[in-house]
Design a protein around this ligand. Sequence first.
Ligand code: GCB
Length: 620
Amino acid sequence: MKYYFLLIACVLGRLTLQAQENLIINTEGRNSVSLNGTWSYIIDPYDTGFYDYRFNERSEDDLGAYWNKPVLKKKTDWTEHGYNDTYTLEVPGDWNSQDPIFTYYEGAVWYQRTFDKPAIAANEQVYLYFGAVNYEAHVYLNGKKLGMHKGGFTPFNFKIPADLLQDTDNYLVVRVDNRRHKDEVPTVNTDWCNYGGITRDVKLLVMPEYFIKQYHIQLDQQQDIVKAKKKKRFQVSGWVKLNEVMASGKVHVEIPELKVDKEFEVTGDSVKIAFEVKKMQLWDTETPKLYNVSLAVNDEKAITDKIGFRKIEVEGDKILLNGDEVFLRGICIHEEIPQDARRATSKKDAEQIFGYVKDLHANMVRLAHYPHNEYMPRTADSLGILVWTEIPVYWTIDFENDEVLEKATNQLEEMVARDRNRASVIIWSVGNETPRSDARNTFMSTLAKRAKKLDDSRLISAALEVHYNAGTNFVDDPLGAYTDIVSLNEYLGWYGGLPDACRTANWETKYNKPFFISETGAGAKGGFHDEKEMRFSEEYQKWYYEEQIQMFKTRFPENYKGLAPWILIDFRSPKRNNPVYQEGFNRKGLIDENGNKKLAFYELQKYYKEIEEKEKASKK
Ligand code: GCB
């Protein structure tokens, strides 16, 4: 009996972890009804809604379970839970920034709202989609569990059984739990705020009987892009996956501006796509051309997407975008908005953040340390900003544990599934500053290989640490053998010595691959001015950037091909407790938490403008 339960538990576990296979991508391009807005909540630090007084999991029909609506018919009936208009939270949004009782809250919160059945045709079906919930979500509708999902930064959806959907007043409850655990991804220790809640958009998707679940449309990676550009003939390839197996059907791909109108026979639940296009305008940082692509199965309504076509590759120590060498003028970003110190959630938020990026004259962002909301890569697509995106395999997670590898792999797969059609995304990163050991090397190289297998049209990287030896900074982490770009976080002049230590530092890389600085930075409290030796003054941070930039120019190896300093904007971190300069914020931002630029912003901007001008001059 015990084993029987164990088996069921394992199967359920697998089902949760395989969520990405059922993921419906590009929800913007589909028929949907938003469930964003004001939801009611119960804060439940004792998990009373989930466990009874013996701490046994409550049964589905237990009226004390917080997914069930209390039924009060007579005066003598009573309840100890309920939802009303007094206790509400906005969705999407973190709970931490919405009410002071949540500032550092970690635990369970129940979200509730009702909705009416959307208008659907006889053969249509409704899915419930979440852009992200941090960290664990249990979803219930009209007293029945739809499913659960783990992972705070990737989307998931559940099909709503037709007989569960009422015409009005569907009672939707989500138990969100953001507690940190040693065997989760990320683990207990991070340098960012563990924002809890339904942090991204929620929607109902109204889907036909057969529909395109996922697709990948891109330039064929095998073609020589320089020759293709000369001949003005480009090979496009990819695939389309359906929700169900079809005995036989047709998938229709249209790109009107390119006069592409193709049909592909499908038997089963997927089909490969390949065609040739003439005179295409490639996507790049100067002309981020996006084409309207529409995809349909049989006579169903087409879904549309805006897709850019580009080729990113590494040749020796060069990064080539469409065959031309590119130097990455990057900046790291957390998914956080200044002024409000909250999670960024909208297109407007993305535009604010990318406004600073453009102002900096950057051409690249590292979205640290987890997949950001979908508005971020989509905005980058439209602005021509290159993107590094990452899974939260951060510092010392449980590398010995196979289940943790499975959880990390699942997040990788969900990230790739959602963003593989974004031209801006050029790097999948499998983690940050993971400490070398045999177990870690196996864990991380497995992720790197998996990422490559999922998608061969991008580069793989991971932020590594330096190895000091006899006066030289060696970049020789064994994980570098599995990545296309060798990336390093270094803080010379902040965590070790003063900034002028940069004048004598020696650097060597073991790998003949592009060498990228994925972090470097120093803290400064916005508006605090003093002599440059004074830590946390804007002058210190400026000095740090001056010395670092000089070091990059004069002492870095030939294969240095870009940087993404830490970080664009100050961000909340409960680890940062200097009562004068930090007050719960990591202050390495070039912009403070009120949106004001610090002196160092202009130092980096100067460097980026200089590179940009040189590049322009060499093209003339
Ligand atoms: C790092 C981490 C980053 C931290 C940063 C810091 O190396 O990757 O998450 O926030 O240093 O400020 O120390």
